[in-house]
Write a protein that binds this ligand. Structure first.
Ligand SMILES: Cc1cc2nc3c(=O)[nH]c(=O)nc-3n(C[C@H](O)[C@H](O)[C@H](O)COP(=O)(O)OP(=O)(O)OC[C@H]3O[C@@H](n4cnc5c(N)ncnc54)[C@H](O)[C@@H]3O)c2cc1C
Length: 539
């Protein structure tokens, strides 16, 4: 195949890459090559919403990264799954659709990403979304964007109502719209699920574009390096199995490899901090000191309880129940398998004096543990889990190549809890969950706490427990962030790498700061607006 005559080469068919592949081929003027390191997403457990629990540990779908020992988490090295498949992490994620809070984006604009303030991005969200909502008169849709965002509360466990009652007991508002700009309270999560199946960016954007003659998608194509001539990026070097090839981009290479692999690819290609590149013998093409710096992620801590009411454990923790749920799903696309695990949650203030909500909560009507190999094992008796995630951590980590070889995993150093502010947030996370756990509504249905018992922990013990057990919520961002100049960022507000012609980065790494909530919706929104900018600049 001739790889020399594409206008755009996109690296990575993940949440962002699929949006760009669609938008850049829409007008028919440009030829686009999309290179994806993983294989097809046409797999049963990717499509089944509850299959998330299986996919997350499936090495065939996953880059399988682990962090370096993290001092703030008592030296623990944590698994950081990233999707390696068409649809990227959006094909293995938990499908919660959360825009985040308005001030997240106003902060983007303030840090130099002009045009990314809330009022601007709100209209982009409206363009990408179709809401499938339950109303007293039945299911109704709103909007006509490709991303289907569903209210699945009719399929949820009846137990989830106890979480809403607990919110009322604790004086938190019960909300109907998780994606309102001023969201402040607890409600049912909205999910990227359509007709009982995962609806990823690949389903929403790539599938319709694949029919176009001006889009070429190559799977199992690992991009090893960006190619440059006189400092301008001209294409990529990639391999499929033992076959090494090069592809040229007449206009631009757009890196959409995600918050870990995008900075890795730039660094391997000589675009990064000069001292790091020198250390690994990589020829410096452009000294861009912030590539791989400023990593932000969300951590969450979870507590589980046993209950005297039926939860998903009564079905999914028993063989007969599993068979019943499986048959129901296969024949009706409904039931427990048709709903992601995060059913209820939202954004709250950990104390009333906070200016904005600072905790995201997740309430799941199921309890589970982990096998020695890290697989999820549902408890046989009824239980539930409550989790809290500080919204806007201030610790900054890094991604650095470990060598000049594309085969080597990068070093992920999250630097978790390296600020006093983040340590205080960890304590407030536990305190917020205690407020819920002691409500009359949850106390009435709780028989025992699974260890550790949240209710007996004081501030010091809450922090200690967070350090012992908190886990990533899988939201790495900001490692090639937008900003003012190469002193504070990697990209300008049009997602062009500072001082480098022919190259943009468009994915979660481009966030100037992490948003308060889950990162898939913001990534698709970012790619949608990025496409507008790229098309404008290409005229
Ligand atoms: C387990 C898990 C659960 C999550 N749950 C949620 C959730 O419920 N809600 C939510 O909003 N967010 C969630 N997220 C986060 C969200 O899915 C990500 O923020 C989002 O998908 C990031 O999109 P991206 O385009 O930046 O990267 P990705 O979607 O990861 O895409 C990157 C793509 O590039 C490919 N690639 C990388 N390197 C190369 C290379 N060298 N050559 C070729 N291809 C390459 C990858 O294989 C991948 O397909 C979750 C993530 C995970 C992993």
């Amino acid at each position: 195949m001739d790889f020399s005559n594409f206008d755009f080469v996109i690296v990575g068919a993940g949440s962002a890459g699929c949006v760009l592949a669609n938008r850049l081929t829409e007008c028919g003027r440009y030829k686009v090559l999309l290179l994806e390191g993983g294989d097809s997403d046409a797999q049963f457990w990717i499509k089944v919403p509850l299959g998330y629990a299986i996919n997350v540990t499936n090495p065939a779908l996953n880059w399988g990264y682990h962090t370096a020992p993290d001092a703030g988490l008592k030296g623990r090295s944590i698994s950081w799954p990233r999707g390696k498949v068409i649809g990227g992490s959006g094909s293995i994620n938990a499908m919660a659709y959360v825009r985040g809070l308005a001030h997240d984006y106003d902060d983007w604009a303030q840090s130099g990403a002009q045009g990314w303030d809330w009022d601007s991005v709100k209209t982009v969200y409206e363009r990408i979304e179709t809401h499938s909502e339950l109303t007293p008169t039945g299911r109704q849709t709103r909007g006509d964007g490709p991303v289907v965002v569903s209210d699945l509360s009719d399929q949820m466990s009846a137990f989830s109502d106890h979480f809403l009652k607990a919110a009322q007991d604790a004086n938190y508002p019960v909300i109907s719209d998780m994606n309102a700009p001023d969201v402040d309270g607890i409600g049912y999560y909205r999910s990227t699920v359509r007709n009982g199946r995962r609806w990823s960016s690949a389903d929403a954007f790539l599938r319709p574009a694949e029919r176009r003659a001006n889009l070429c998608v190559i799977r199992n194509a690992m991009v090893d390096r960006l190619m440059s001539e006189n400092g301008k990026i001209t294409g990529v070097a990639f391999h499929r199995g033992a076959q090494h090839q090069q592809a040229r981009a007449r206009k631009e290479v757009i890196v959409c490899a995600g918050a870990i692999n995008s900075p890795k690819l730039l660094q391997l290609s000589g675009i990064g901090p000069a001292d790091l590149l020198r250390r690994h013998g990589v020829e410096i093409v452009h000294d861009v000191p912030q590539v791989g710096r400023g990593l932000q992620d969300h951590l969450a801590v979870s507590y589980q309880f046993q209950t005297n009411r039926a939860t998903l454990n009564n079905t999914l923790g028993r063989t007969v129940g599993k068979l019943y749920a499986g048959a129901k799903y296969v024949f009706t696309r409904k039931g427990p398998l048709a709903v992601p695990v995060n059913q209820v949650g939202g954004f709250v203030r950990s104390d009333p004096d906070r200016e904005v909500p600072d905790m995201q909560l997740y309430f799941n009507p199921v309890s589970y543990g982990e096998s020695a190999s890290g697989k999820t094992v549902v408890d046989p008796s009824a239980g539930y889990q409550i989790s809290a995630q500080p919204c806007r951590p201030t610790s900054l980590g890094s991604i650095e190549i470990a060598s000049a070889s594309p085969q080597d995993a990068p070093i992920i150093n999250p630097q978790s809890l390296s600020t006093e502010d983040d340590k205080a947030s960890a304590i407030r996370a536990g305190r917020t969950l205690q407020r819920f756990a002691k409500t009359a509504s949850l106390q009435a249905v709780t028989t025992a706490a699974k260890a550790p018992d949240l209710m007996v922990l004081d501030d010091a013990a809450l922090l200690d427990d967070f350090q012992d057990r908190a886990k990533t919520v899988y939201h790495p961002t900001c490692t090639c962030r937008m900003g003012r100049d190469r002193g504070d960022s990697v990209l300008d507000a049009r997602l062009r790498v500072h001082g480098v012609a022919g190259l943009r980065v468009v994915d979660a790494s481009a966030f100037p700061n992490i948003t308060s909530g889950n990162t898939n919706a913001p990534t698709m929104m970012l790619a949608m607006r990025a496409a507008d900018l790229i098309l404008e600049d290409s005229l």
